[in-house]
Design a protein around this ligand. Structure first.
Ligand code: HXC
Length: 293
């Protein structure tokens, strides 16, 4: 779909780039010639991903372990990137956290665990990068990975839906405020693209079959479809495209609203939720054991 070296000369930071959608987007950017920084909380996972991607595609991938909930750590990371080779040309806001839970059972801590990553953390990274672009007179592109819930809302993932909706508004607001500096912001709202992080916390009992059945195209997303859109939005040639959140979901949210995801969880019993919570917690603990930030 794209010519070789389309992204040559681009320097792009992908948050949450060690796994899931972030890793897939990073792989495509690297294959098209971009130089990459991957950030995340688990240094070992980032290192493994960087090695794997460079072995496959060549090029240069550097890593930085950081928890984006920590604004000072985010600023130090971005300063390091600028110090080690100059300004970024692009930022992919991909890092996120989420789990399904009846909203009545959430504690303030549970709400904050998600909102601090998605809503606050994504702002910290965008701000740290954007203010440097403006100070240096550099142009740049921000691409945020949202979800179709920004349009529909979604039951059982309310902290995520609220936080991602905030980023949808950030995208529109800053596209206007920073347009005159040559900075553009867009977002992708993916439908279901199953990854381990999402499956283990959003479908701990198993697959995405129900959302496939309800989708107009009767399937979930193919990773290359997401990679291609992320590449188009990061490449030169569409600079006037800014402030948009583009859904890639087989027209799923138009057909079903928020119903395609979690409405079926209405039928779970308290015992079912207890089991789900245990599975999610086991995954959280496994991830936490690998954290270096
Ligand atoms: C209720 C829960 C819970 C659960 C955690 N908590 N899991 N409450 N049900 N299943 C509560 C805890 O009890 C605690 O509150 C609080 O949340 C913080 O929990 P920790 O485990 O200490 O949090 P932390 O280690 O900071 O981990 C953050 C996390 C974790 C968000 C909970 O899941 C994470 O780091 N996730 C990152 C990866 C991820 O989630 N990927 C999926 C992204 S999918 P108390 O009060 O007990 O202290 C996505 C949307 C995509 O973003 C859409 C796809 C379709």
């Amino acid at each position: 779909m794209f010519k070789e070296n389309l992204l040559k000369g681009k320097r792009i930071l992908v948050t949450g780039g060690g796994t899931g959608l972030g890793k897939e987007i990073a792989a495509k950017y690297l294959a098209l010639g971009a130089e990459l920084w991957l950030a995340g909380r688990r240094g070992g996972v980032l290192e493994d991903t960087a090695k794997e991607l460079m072995a496959k595609h060549g090029g240069r991938v550097r890593t930085q372990s950081v928890d984006i909930r920590d604004a000072a750590a985010v600023d130090a990371m971005v300063q390091r990137i600028w110090d080690e080779g100059g300004p970024l040309t692009g930022l992919v806001n991909n890092a996120a956290g989420n789990f399904i839970s009846p909203t009545k059972d959430l504690t303030p801590n549970g709400f904050n665990a998600i909102a601090n990553i998605v809503f606050h953390g994504t702002f910290y990274v965008t701000h740290a990068v954007g203010k440097r672009w403006i100070a240096g007179g550099d142009k740049g592109t921000v691409l945020s990975i949202l979800v179709t819930w920004v349009h529909t809302g979604s039951p059982y993932v309310v902290p995520s839906a609220m936080s991602k909706a905030g980023l949808h508004v950030m995208t529109k607001s800053l596209a206007v405020e920073w347009g005159r500096f040559g900075i553009r912001l867009n977002a992708i709202a993916p439908g279901p693209f199953p990854t381990e992080g999402a499956s283990k916390r959003l479908r701990p009992g198993g697959g995405f079959d129900d959302s496939s059945k309800m989708n107009p195209m009767r399937r979930v997303g193919k990773m290359e479809e997401l990679q291609n859109l992320a590449t188009f939005l990061m490449a030169d040639g569409c600079e006037w495209l800014s402030g948009e959140t583009i859904a890639v979901d087989g027209a799923g949210y138009l057909a079903t609203g928020s119903g395609a995801y979690f409405t079926e969880l209405d039928k779970l019993s308290d015992a079912d939720w207890e089991r789900m919570r245990a599975m999610i917690k086991a995954q959280n603990e496994k991830d936490r054991a690998g954290r270096t930030a």
